[in-house]
Design a binder for this molecule. Structure first.
Ligand SMILES: [Zn+2]
Length: 326
């Protein structure tokens, strides 16, 4: 998830050691792999694509990929999560592709480690990068990055105070996004939902993705007003939501069952083709949390979707939003 949220996680990492790609707290459940999605895909003679819609990567190769001002190697927690470590993690659960997401604390507005990974592994990755909306013409930078596989941009409140969504650079980004299809990806708290809603109304053709349920549940409870505000965004037809970052929400440990009613409520508002599973690795891989439990919740434990809808949750939506032809 990154930023404020991971302060706790970093402490947990230090306290518990790091376990990357831990397998199977819910192993008994994940063996039920005859999911509806798989059987439908097989019936059609093809395997449905599984996409992790959100993972970070970072490397200790700081000569090639310097860390942002103020960040040091000691801040990397886990100490390393390279492209190859991510691919190995994905392979444990047969995840085909992944959307790489910017980590501002470590890399600022430097998207190169991610765009180099797109180049190194053709077809595997797309990128949600960062551009500086305080600089002139962020839209030109967006178009330059599109050619490198950047099909979305992370935005976060707080960088520009009350003006974070209404300043001219941000407006240029939302306008450009309606043209290029690069999604505006909001890492926000529930309190920011009404202002994002206003911008969605102002820019109805801009694709917008809300990260991690708008962090509803980070305090352990899923507030009705917050959920209603999130679901209200569904009336803008280009909005979608990442159902992700389970390590940070609700009980914050597997099997994450308390998230099922929340996902169901979003499903009833947005439909499956506007929701996407994502792990938020490597944060989901720390302590008792693990990759297996994250995907198992959507692949094996949701019981209110059709096979086709499950395929949307596990990859179809991310494919549509991020893996369009560039
Ligand atoms: Zn994240």
């Amino acid at each position: 998830m990154n930023h404020q949220l991971t302060n706790l996680t970093r402490r947990d990492v230090l306290a518990s050691g790091v376990r990357v790609a831990g397998v199977g707290v819910v192993a008994g459940l994940t063996t039920q792999l005859s999911t509806n999605m798989q059987s439908t895909a097989l019936a059609e003679g093809k395997k449905a694509t599984v996409i992790d819609a959100h993972s970070h990567i970072w490397t200790r190769e700081i000569e090639k990929y310097p860390l942002a001002k103020g960040a040091t190697l000691a801040d990397l927690a886990p100490p390393s999560f390279t492209t190859e470590e991510l691919l190995a993690t994905m392979a444990t659960e047969k995840v085909d592709r992944c959307v790489l997401i910017a980590h501002t604390k470590f890399y600022g507005f430097d998207n190169r480690y991610m765009t180099d990974s797109v180049k190194a592994y053709p077809g595997k990755f797309r990128v949600v990068g960062m551009v500086d909306d305080a600089k002139p013409h962020p839209d030109m930078e967006m178009k330059r990055l599109l050619r490198l596989g950047v099909t979305g941009f992370r935005i976060v409140p707080g960088r520009r105070g009350d003006q974070w969504l209404s300043n001219s650079g941000m407006q240029a980004m939302w306008r450009c996004s309606a043209e290029t299809r690069q999604a505006i990806c909001c890492l926000i708290n529930p309190a920011n939902l009404p202002e994002v809603d206003r911008n969605c109304k102002r820019y109805p053709d801009t694709p917008v993705v809300i990260d991690h349920f708008a962090r509803i549940g980070i305090d352990g409870r899923f507030g009705d007003v917050e959920l209603r505000n999130l679901c209200r965004l569904a009336r803008h037809k280009h909005t979608s939501v990442k159902i992700s970052a389970y390590y940070a929400l609700g009980k914050k440990k597997p099997p994450h069952l308390e998230l099922l009613p929340v996902i169901k409520r979003l499903y009833e508002s947005f439909g499956a083709s506007r929701l996407m599973w994502a792990s938020d690795s490597p944060y989901q891989l720390v302590g008792e949390n693990n990759y297996s439990a994250s995907i198992a919740l959507v692949r094996d434990l949701i019981d209110f979707v059709t096979p086709e809808e499950r395929a949307w949750l596990l990859g179809g939506t991310a494919d549509k939003v991020y893996f369009f032809e560039i």
